[in-house]
Design a protein around this ligand. Structure first.
Ligand SMILES: NC(=O)C1=CN([C@@H]2O[C@H](COP(=O)(O)OP(=O)(O)OC[C@H]3O[C@@H](n4cnc5c(N)ncnc54)[C@H](O)[C@@H]3O)[C@@H](O)[C@H]2O)C=CC1
Ligand SMILES: O=C(O)[C@@H]1CCC=N1
Length: 274
């Protein structure tokens, strides 16, 4: 379903590329997308791949947009958003940065109230992302729909009532693909240490993640029950899970995810000042 939504991106890196890939030709035409990035190579790549227009710096084109997506690093947010401020009037500002709070964005934009904060993840690159989102009260229903449509172009969306929950979302699904890749790497290492080739190890591990995830997604039963069905008493899975419990793997994962959420809050404190 295509419409003529005009979307500006500030930052044309990994996440912007994933989003633009999902949007072009589906939600809006390439000609309606404008990307600002000082990195000429990043801009050229986007221009070549998707036919979108770009500029090295913030300018009038952003004033014409319905939505401005902030896809830069949290560290750059304050300076860039302050440069953006003169070009913002009625647009929806949609930030995907980890940590940065809507109250700080609003202050840097002289009290602008149409702000959505979102946390996507990199499976967005293949249309399999999931995004947690929260809107300030000043976001109109049409703007909320636009934000939802943009993020749904690359996967599922989950709306939150409380902005404090965005840091836990960041920790679970924003950073989560890295934990999955880490687990795949560990399984590949074990496979190789036991005589399989690297290729066989990664093929087995990836297919197992894909199959198990799909099974969990399609099943109406709790994940714990699916786990129990694999685990014959006194069998091989039991040996592995007993070893994991003895090593504190689950506790370590819970701690790690909480560390990511804490870092999100810290980023907000660190780069949300002034
Ligand atoms: N990579 C990930 O898995 C996820 C990242 N995010 C958030 O998305 C944001 C962007 O992350 P990535 O795309 O991974 O980073 P990235 O480093 O790939 O992209 C950032 C882009 O911003 C550009 N840039 C630097 N200064 C700029 C300026 N003054 N004006 C405009 N553009 C400028 C850089 O040249 C670069 O192309 C971050 O805030 C991150 O927290 C959110 C969810 C997942
Ligand atoms: O690591 C980060 O800070 C970003 C946010 C979520 C995924 N990558």
């Amino acid at each position: 379903m295509q419409n003529d939504l005009k979307i500006g991106f500030i930052g044309g890196g990994n996440m912007a590329t994933a989003l633009i890939g999902g949007l072009v030709g589906k939600l809006t035409a390439a000609g309606n997308i404008h990307v600002v990035d000082p990195n000429a190579e990043a801009l050229q790549k986007l221009e070549r791949k998707f036919g979108v227009a770009g500029a090295p710096q913030i300018g009038d084109a952003l004033g014409q947009c319905d939505v401005i997506v902030l896809a830069i690093k949290p560290q750059q947010m304050k300076d860039v958003v302050r440069q953006l401020q003169p070009f913002v009037s009625a647009q929806l500002v949609l930030s995907i940065a980890a940590g940065i709070r809507t109250a700080d964005l609003s202050r840097w934009l002289n009290g602008h109230a149409a702000i959505v904060r979102a946390m996507p993840n990199t499976p967005a690159l293949i249309g399999q992302g999931i995004t947690g989102m929260v809107a300030l009260a000043g976001v109109s229903p049409a703007q909320r729909d636009a934000a939802d449509a943009i993020m749904r172009a690359v996967g599922q969306t989950v709306w939150l009532d409380d902005e404090a929950l965005i840091d836990p979302v960041t920790a679970v699904s924003g950073s989560g693909p890295a934990y999955v890749f880490y687990f795949i790497e560990a399984m590949q290492q074990a496979a190789q240490e036991m005589g399989l080739t690297a290729e066989q190890g990664v093929q087995l591990a990836i297919a197992t993640f894909t199959g198990a995830s799909q099974l969990a997604a399609q099943s109406s039963e709790p994940v714990s029950l699916l786990r129990e069905r694999v685990t014959s008493k006194g069998g091989t899975t039991y040996a592995a899970l007993t070893s994991m419990e003895a090593s504190g793997v689950k506790d370590a994962i819970v701690l790690a995810v909480k560390a990511a959420a804490a870092r999100g809050r810290e980023l907000g404190e660190e780069f949300g000042k002034d």
